[in-house]
Ligand binder design. Sequence first.
Ligand code: MV4
Length: 634
Amino acid sequence: MFTKILIANRGEIACRIIKTARALGVATVAVYSDADRHALHVQMADEAVHIGSSPSNESYLVIEKVIQAALETGAKAIHPGYGFLSENAEFCRQCAANNLVFIGPPVEAILAMGSKSAAKTIMADAGVPLVPGYHGDDQNPDIIKQAANQMGYPVLLKAAAGGGGKGMRAVYSEAEFDEALGAAKREAINSFNDDIMLVEKYLLKPRHVEIQVFCDSHKNAVYLFERDCSVQRRHQKVIEEAPAPGMTDALRKQMGEAAIKAAKAINYEGAGTVEFLLDAQGEFFFMEMNTRLQVEHPVTEMISGQDLVEWQLRVAGGEPLPCSQDQLTISGHAFEARIYAEDPDHDFLPATGILKHLQAPLENANVRVDTGVVEGDEVSIYYDPMVAKLVVWDTDRDRALQRLTQALSEYRIGGLTTNIGFLYNLATSQAFQHGDVDTGYIEEHEQEIFRQRDSDIDYAAPLAAAAIIEQRQQQAIEAASLSSEPNSPWHLNTSWGLPQPNLKMQIQRAVVETTVDSNTSLDGLTIAPTDTGFDLFTPQGFFHCAEVQPDLGTDDENAHGGNLNAPMNGTLVALLVDIGTKVNKGDTLLVMEAMKMEHSIIAPSDGAVTEFYFQPGDLVDGGSELLAFEANSE
Ligand code: MV4
């Protein structure tokens, strides 16, 4: 076993690798960029080396700097994690040239799987099932078209240099083939500087089922079962699970053995993943092989009870596989949901900002949180905005899914927008609950996942209002407990039996007035405070909520009628006038954002702003006075 390894990565995967290394008594070296100077992975490692400025291509992707850091610190091996240099053949070569062990496959395997068409040729020769198609070197358009006609439409044109969905074009009839091929080749040249095309039978609504394989340097090879990664958005995985819904023992064995064949065909060593397309008839076809540890490896660890990073360290150190195939078993079911700083209501735009409030679900035997951030950290523009991977396990899929939705409803993140609500609505959507998943899932169920029905608002508003009333009562009790007269009636917050107050609520994008009566129940709900209000998790779905401050006008003797206070918690977006500049009644003075909506503060009369109390980017509490305004003297 190595005495010291360097982790050439950051974030959750670096932290995750350090945890296993520490458990094995292996010393660890972290590398970090300017932006990661105080990052969790740096704190967790035994040593840390600064390797450059924040952009990845000036730090984590600079081979010489990573190698130099390993040599300086006496690390014997380098774990690349995933992404970054994990499938970079030159990096692999440089490690060997510097007597450093690359914790991954031989460079030949990385090269062999680097080209989609070369990989398919290797797999075809090895007897691994491929989608019917043509991936030959002869790129004569007539040859490609003849193959398409022979397999029957629809077909899928794919750029050999493409991947991850880039460079794919569906063709539905012979009549449109020539134009489609021309367009696909032009796109491939522009995107990859390579217009080699392959054509395949277009499988409709396939599932993405991948097999975890592991090989050692003594020709042993095993598969650690499958993961279903069909729930993707624009070829980014969202929720993964193991085992795959509906998988039979026979099909699992067939796919596992095909994956082993694929690995052996390229003399593989280390952790690898063989991706297949699985059609509705139970036919499976090789898609590609990933020569790295995948992001979603934890679901395999949860159902197999194996630590795949420990296996990587042992195998890279020349040890044999820790288990034979017969010793590997599946227990229960696991899900992984990727928690991202992104805004599902704005086309999943990446969100940046400070994690002002970060409270993950409690971890235990059923709940695991792999993360690289702590409260107060900044999610920056430099790196993938994944905040954490929420991994759950239980004895069967239904129970595991219940764990997932419960854990999502307990996740508290304030200070930036996340996809937690989207994940919650996806995990509670009907078809997902029944395991009816395929690669088109999110598009097919978009309405349900992004539901914003009036009936939802009618359902959520009284619950949200009740949550506010309950929160006030709780605050009153806490205030009373701190008071010298705890029993004073002034501490009561029950309006002395008066009918409950009318509350003005913003639910997602709707503003509603609602009342709360005694039969509004909060059972089965979870409230997560946020910077703009609170997130309400209910059995019917997830809602961003906030109380809209009543418009009390102003008691200023120059009463202007307008309200210069923040209507609710939010962020100040822009100041639209200068101090002292004459403005007319109704002119917009500033804009703030709350609940994904813009709110304008307008001039209550002719006059001028004499002071702004906040600046763009500031978080503003509801009701705060935002500016000082001087009306023109009559
Ligand atoms: C396909 C396919 C249907 N038929 N090939 C997308 C990215 C790359 N990994 C291969 N992909 C696909 N290839 C044939 N012949 C459908 C997809 C596909 C897909 C595959 C896996 C996971 C998500 C996907 C989303 C859209 C399309």
